[in-house]
Ligand binder design. Structure first.
Ligand code: ADP
Ligand code: GN1
Ligand code: MG
Length: 367
């Protein structure tokens, strides 16, 4: 990560009061550069989050920030607790972002104190709470006004396009890595027929487009340290029109395995059914009532599909030379792809149990 940004100058372009005490990298995101800023405000230490938007990935940062402003303003209307939504700090010129001399886009948020974003969930209760927060997020945004949100990354969860990208990367073989990963490639291509299932249901008007978060990795929700409640959904760059399955699927991907996303010991990777149940119940407690039958019935499938899709993206990035996701060691993206595929196997093997539970939960919702 580039570290020599002029933090004093950037910070002074935002409406932040006091003296900047420190600026340090923060968090484990794969995309943006996140920093913790500490200010001395009349003797009190106050923290802020500063982020440099990754404009290689988000090509239209101005529209992206417009999306985030609209989303957070709408959330504010729905909540009386300011820790339940992100608050952007305005720049001195009234905009919600600052561009530095080198053309980097920065935004600043109030720091949500006394809350934690977990890379690995410790208890099913945390899974329930995180999923409840994401469910509420979708429900709150259902009636956002002002027209369709901008698609910040087109085809972000278009799984067939993601597989197509993998096939292109195989054909190019830019880093001569294809020969190492025949098994992984076969894993994806042998599942090609399931990849368009959700998009086909959408095209047939069986499942509707809604406003979704699209990056519901469990570390993108803050859990209150004192109450254990899921309080605030963060990382709003990909909030845009989508299918609810994209959100639920990514919760299953990141909220059910006891091992990290880049675990190399495949024996440690599996879906904990009790976490799946907690995610399903937590999510449905907020979003269940608005979902139609086809949406509900495809939630178990979504876990396998989105895990396969993200694994495919890691594998593609490995073949392309690690140009998209931040990596911290040799073969990091390949380790991530392998772990995702192991999790897909585990999710697939529990399909019947997931459907039985789904039918039970559906009856409870429809009562
Ligand atoms: P990325 O897109 O790179 O994943 P995130 O927006 O998720 O970036 O931020 C990275 C990490 O920074 C989060 O996982 C979280 O721990 C922390 N974080 C982000 N925003 C806030 C905030 N407003 N208050 C406290 N912590 C935050
Ligand atoms: C990225 O930004 P972060 O780290 O929350 C990625 C997600 C992937 C995830 C895999 C914009 O999420 O799509 O699922 O890594 N975000 C983007 O860990 O590509
Ligand atoms: Mg994140």
């Amino acid at each position: 990560m580039k570290k020599d940004f002029d933090f004093s100058s950037i910070a002074s372009s935002f409406m932040l009061y006091g003296d900047l005490v420190s600026a340090a990298p923060y968090g484990n995101g794969h995309i943006n550069d996140t920093f913790e800023l500490v200010f001395n405000q009349s003797g009190n230490q106050v923290r802020y989050i500063l982020q440099r938007i990754n404009t290689n990935i988000f090509r239209d940062p101005v529209s992206l920030m417009e999306n985030i402003s609209r989303v957070t303003a709408h959330q504010k209307l729905k909540s009386s607790d300011s820790r339940q939504y992100l608050t952007l700090v305005s720049a001195n010129d009234g905009k919600k972002y600052v561009v530095d001399a080198e053309g980097n886009y920065f935004r600043a948020y109030l720091f949500i104190e006394n809350a934690t974003s977990y890379d690995i969930l410790e208890t099913p209760r945390q899974a329930y709470e995180a999923a409840r927060a994401f469910g509420r997020f979708q429900a709150d945004l259902a009636d956002i006004t002002g027209g369709r949100l901008v698609e910040t990354i087109p085809d972000f969860h278009n799984t067939p396009v993601r597989v197509q990208n993998l096939e292109n990367a195989i054909r190019k073989d830019a880093c001569n890595r294809v020969r190492e990963v025949a098994e992984e490639i076969d894993f994806v291509l042998s599942r090609k027929d399931i990849c368009s299932k959700l998009i086909d249901l959408q095209k047939a008007n069986i499942i509707p487009e809604r406003i979704t978060h699209n990056d519901t990795k469990l570390n993108n929700v803050m859990i209150d340290n004192a109450t254990g409640r899921g309080i605030c959904v963060i990382d709003l760059d990909t909030v845009m029109p989508g299918l609810v399955h994209y959100d639920f699927g990514d919760m299953v991907r990141t909220g059910t395995s006891p091992a990290p996303e880049d675990e190399r010991d495949l024996g440690k990777i599996f879906m904990r059914f009790e976490n799946f149940e907690a995610l399903l119940r937590g999510y449905c407690s907020e979003a269940g009532k608005v979902l139609n039958d086809a949406e509900l019935e495809n939630l178990p499938f979504a876990g396998a599909l989105i895990t396969l899709e993200i694994g495919t993206r890691f594998l593609t990035d490995y073949l392309e030379g690690d140009v998209y996701f931040k990596t911290h060691r040799e073969g990091h993206n390949l380790d991530r792809a392998r772990s995702q595929f192991q999790l897909v196997r585990s999710i697939e093997s529990q399909y019947n149990e997931m459907m039985n539970l789904l039918n039970q939960v559906k009856k409870e919702i429809r009562k």
